[in-house]
Design a protein around this ligand. Sequence first.
Ligand SMILES: CC(=O)SCCNC(=O)CCNC(=O)[C@H](O)C(C)(C)COP(=O)(O)OP(=O)(O)OC[C@H]1O[C@@H](n2cnc3c(N)ncnc32)[C@H](O)[C@@H]1OP(=O)(O)O
Ligand SMILES: CC(=O)C(=O)O
Length: 548
Amino acid sequence: MSSTVAPSGLTRPAHAEDPASAVVQVYDTTLRDGAQQEGMNLSVADKLAIAAQLDELGVGYIEGGWPGAIPKDTEFFARAAKELDLRHARLAAFGSTCKPGAQPHEDAQVRALVDSEAPVITLVAKSDIRHVERALRTTAEENLRMIGETVRYLVGLGKEVVLDAEHFFDGYRYDPAYALRCVQTAFDAGAATVVLCDTNGGMLPDWVSQVVGEVRAATTGRLGMHAHNDSGCAVANTLAAVGAGAAHIQGTINGYGERTGNADLLTCVANLQLKLGHDLLGSDGLRESSRISHAISELTNITPYGRQPYVGASAFAHKAGLHASAIRIDPDLYQHIDPVAVGNDMRMLVSEMAGRASIELKGRELGFDLAGQSELLGRVTQRVKDAEAAGYTYDAADASFELLLRHEIDGHGPRFFEVESWRTFVEHRPGVGAPTDAEATVKLRTGHGRVVSTGEGNGPVNALDDALRRALVSTYPEIEGFELTDYKVRILDSQQGTDAIIRVLIETSDTVHSWSTVGVGPNIIEASWEALTDAIVWGLLHAAVEPR
Ligand SMILES: CC(=O)SCCNC(=O)CCNC(=O)[C@H](O)C(C)(C)COP(=O)(O)OP(=O)(O)OC[C@H]1O[C@@H](n2cnc3c(N)ncnc32)[C@H](O)[C@@H]1OP(=O)(O)O
Ligand SMILES: CC(=O)C(=O)O
C-alpha cells in the first residue's frame, strides 16, 4: 500500500478502496438528532410510524434513538424488533463510548446499546482535545482508549460500528494531529465509518472541503458528514464533504434538529442524486420525497415549511408574470428541475404580479383552455390587479380566483343562490359573566323559492355562517359536509384605525378538498360574508352539484 502525506504533515497509508467513488450511504437521524429540536416530543408510536416512512423512502440507515438513556428509545428498539419490517434500512442505536476509567462490557450505557439488538451501533466520541480535557475531564490517551476499546468490543459482537466524531471540525482546526488520531483509532478498531461532525454548525463549505480532503488523505476508511445548520450551510457543507471524498451523509427529514437544525436530508439527497449523479434512493424513492416529508410533518405535528427546497409547497410555485410567460413555452426556463422528480407539482399563483400568461396557465390548471382568448385574458388580468390593489389576495385564495375567472368567462359565474339581503346584530346584557350573543338573518332565493333564515353564534360572523347554512341546507344538503377550518383577519391600512380596510381569508374543507376564499370590505362582517359565500359556492361547484 502506498503512502500519502496530508497537508497537516501526517503520513498515512492510502485507501484500499477509494471512498470518493464509493456509493454514498444515506443515514437518517430524524428520530435521534431531529428529536432534539425544541418543542418536538415523539411518542414511541410516532417513532415507529416515522421509521416505516423512512424505510419506504429508501434510506440506508435509521438512527432510532439512544437506548438506555431515554426510556422511550429503549422501548422503541424493543418494539421495532417485533413491529418493523424494514426492507431497505438498517436500524442504528446511538450512544456514547464507555466512560473514562470503565471497560465497555461493564458500562451500563454500552450494554444498553447491545441489548437494543440494533445491528448498527453509532458511538458519539470526543475528537476535540478541548472537549476531552474540559467536558469529559480526562486525558487525550484515555479518550483514545475509550474509543478504541468500545469500537473493538462492539465489532467483536458482530455490530456494524459508526463513530460520530463530535466537534471534529472545530477540534481539527485547533489540533489536527489529535483529531486525526481519534479517527484512525476508530478505524484501527474496526469502525465501518467515521463521521466528521460539525456539532456547533459553524463551518463554511470551503473549510469543510479542505478538512475532509486532508482527513481522507491521512486516514484509511469510510468518512461521513454530520452537519448542523448554525451558519445556514448544513446542506452546502454536506455536499462539500461528499465532493471531498465523504461517502456517508447524515441528516434529518425537513432539517429538524437542535438549535437551527441539521442538514435537511431530502435536500442533500436531491442535490446529490439529481445534480451530481449519485444514485442514493433510486428515482422511485426520490419521487416519494415530497409525500414523505409531509407525512412526517403530520407525525411530528410541525407545520411544513412552504419554502423548503424541492419538497415545499412553494418550491415550484410561480407568481411573476414574466416567469409564467416563459414557463408557458417551456417550464424548464424557470425551474431548476422537473418537480415530478421529487413528487412535487408546479403551481401558478395569480396576483397583482400576474400577466396574461399567468392567467392562461392558472386557467389550464383549473381545467380551462384559454389559449388565444387574449381579450378575456386581458380582462381577467386587469380585474385581478384592480382587486389586489383594493386589498384582495388571490395567491392565498385559489377558490375565489376560480369564481372570478368563471364570472368573466360566462358573465355571471355559478348560480346556486341569489342573496336578497343579510343583517346581523350583537346583544350584550349587563351583568358579570353575561355572554354577548349574536344573531343574523339571511334572505336569499334558490330554485326552490325564497328563504328567510336566522342563525345564532358567539359572534356576528359565526351567526351569519349559521344563518347562511340554515338557509341553504334543505336545497343543498351537501353543505353539511363543509367545515370552516381556518379564519384569518388582517387590517390592511392600520393607519386609519376603525376606518381601515379588512381582509378575511377563510379555509374550508370537506372529505376530498380544502379550499381558500377571500373577502375584503370596510368592516369585518362584510369581508367575512364575501369569503363565506365564495366558500359555499366553490364547495357546491366541486361537489358536482347542479343549481337547484
Ligand atoms: C452532540 C450530540 O448531540 S450527542 C447526543 C446528545 N443527546 C443527549 O444528550 C440526549 C440523551 N442524554 C441523556 O439522556 C443524558 O444526558 C445521559 C443519560 C446520556 C447522561 O445523563 P447523566 O448521567 O445524568 O449525565 P449528564 O447528562 O449530566 O452529563 C453527561 C455525562 O456524559 C459524559 N460524556 C459526554 N460525552 C461523552 C462521551 N463521548 N463518552 C463518554 N461520556 C461522555 C459527560 O462527561 C458527563 O459525564 P459526568 O456525568 O461524569 O459529568
Ligand atoms: C453526534 C452529533 O449529533 C453531533 O456531533 O452533532
